[in-house]
Write a protein that binds this ligand. Sequence first.
Ligand SMILES: Nc1ncnc2c1ncn2[C@@H]1O[C@H](COP(=O)(O)OP(=O)(O)OP(=O)(O)O)[C@@H](O)[C@H]1O
Ligand SMILES: [Mg+2]
Length: 297
Amino acid sequence: MNHIRLENISKIYNATNAQAQSALSLLAEGMNSIAVKEQTGYSVGLYDINLAIKAGELHCIMGLSGSGKSTLIRHINRLIDPTSGKIWVDTAINAQTNIIEDDPIVARASQSTPSTIINILELDDKGLQQYRQQNVSMVFQHFGLTPHMTVLQNVAYGLRVRKMSIKERHDIARHWLNEVGLPNLENSYPDELSGGMQQRVGLARALATDNPILLMDEAFSALDPLIRAQLQDQLLELQARLNKTIVFITHDIDEAVKVGQRISILNGGRLVQTGTPSELRNNPVDDYVAQFMQSRK
Ligand SMILES: Nc1ncnc2c1ncn2[C@@H]1O[C@H](COP(=O)(O)OP(=O)(O)OP(=O)(O)O)[C@@H](O)[C@H]1O
Ligand SMILES: [Mg+2]
């Protein structure tokens, strides 16, 4: 079952739709993004991306610097709006179990109409706010913790919009701090923690919202190799239990192969190939993919 589907997504930066047409036409003719930038002056973020991310999968997005990874992931919570295309998200996929609600009315509704599958670009401000609160959480590369809040307050912060008491919010935050292996640090401040610990707090904060989609943009890239490996293991262990849909960006092929059930490879804003690690290894579509797979340690 698909959870997120990008349909013909293109992003030309700093251009109106009309201005972007010149760049899009050149891209359609096969010109690469560097040449398009030279000729039109516009930066190509993404071109004609079609990608389906399945419910409950850990999907890695790989590619060299500037290939469009951050641009892609930021479309899923609409930090960026595309120049063209659609983004479909199944909002009936349950926050806790990642399955369709078994409420018969909801189940019937989702069978007879695809009304729970929405194009998130059509949401109004209120709808977008609700979508972000109930569907997506993000873990950032540089942790994004609020320095003057304690660890517990940071983790509970994402729950402030929920109708629950402070005690309930703190209980939930404590639970997730425990889950990520930080049970005794709730009263510490972020700058008292190591990078690896801060990122565990970032992960706990994202998990505490119970949203079914987790977006991780180079979340482990700033960490030392040993700590990074520990967090990769922890993510895999959590994923096996929580069954979230995780979109995980990395430029490290070893990390992608270790954590990704499937990997999508971007080059110059284009999606070159999507597949399992062994599909990419055995049947790379071009030299770019082959070189990535061969560069594995
Ligand atoms: N705000 C922006 N304005 C103009 N161009 C941008 C903007 N953000 C990104 N770009 C351009 O879009 C392209 C894709 O950038 P993006 O940040 O998505 O790449 P990335 O794969 O995440 O790279 P990195 O590995 O360095 O994080 C690049 O050419 C970049 O220069
Ligand atoms: Mg990036």
